[in-house]
Design a protein. Structure first.
Length: 150
């Protein structure tokens, strides 16, 4: 059963903790190619096992395409979002939505004690809430019609 106010670790348990990453010296073209191959909108940038940034499709469009740069000649380190906003696994889904809304971002790396545990997207959080609300509605309908909770 999903609670309406879940925590980020619940989402990672559900979706998994697979994180796709790129080194900062990779070209933007290589990063975009990996995003397309893995069907993701962002990659974490990792150097020497440490999270150093994040690169998203938005970074590509705004910092490469609109500035007339060449994706095969521009490195990830030149355009990455260096100050990464992260969330802990113990924080709530609502905390994640608030962070994303306030910072105008769509992806949050999940970090605990400097260890990268996964990444959640705005879609993951919205899907969690929709599913939780749907479950609550089903329970209420069952209660109203005299059914027993499952």
């Amino acid at each position: 059963m999903r609670q309406t106010t879940g925590i980020i670790s619940d989402i990672l348990k559900y979706k998994g903790s697979q994180v796709w990453s790129t080194p900062p010296h990779a070209t933007v073209y290589e990063a975009i190619q990996l995003m397309a191959e893995k069907n993701v909108g962002a990659l974490v940038v990792v150097q020497d096992g440490r999270l150093t940034g994040i690169i998203s499709e938005r970074d590509y469009t705004r910092k490469v395409i609109l500035k007339g740069k060449a994706s095969k000649e521009t490195t990830v380190s030149e355009i990455l979002s260096g100050s990464v906003v992260c969330i802990t696994p113990a924080q709530t889904v609502e905390d994640g939505l608030r962070l994303m809304t306030d910072r105008h971002i769509r992806h949050l790396p999940v970090v605990d004690n400097d260890q990268l545990l996964g990444i959640v997207s705005i879609g993951d959080l919205v899907n969690w809430i929709i599913s939780a609300q749907s479950h609550t509605i089903q329970q209420l309908q069952s209660y109203i019609t005299g059914g027993y909770p499952t």
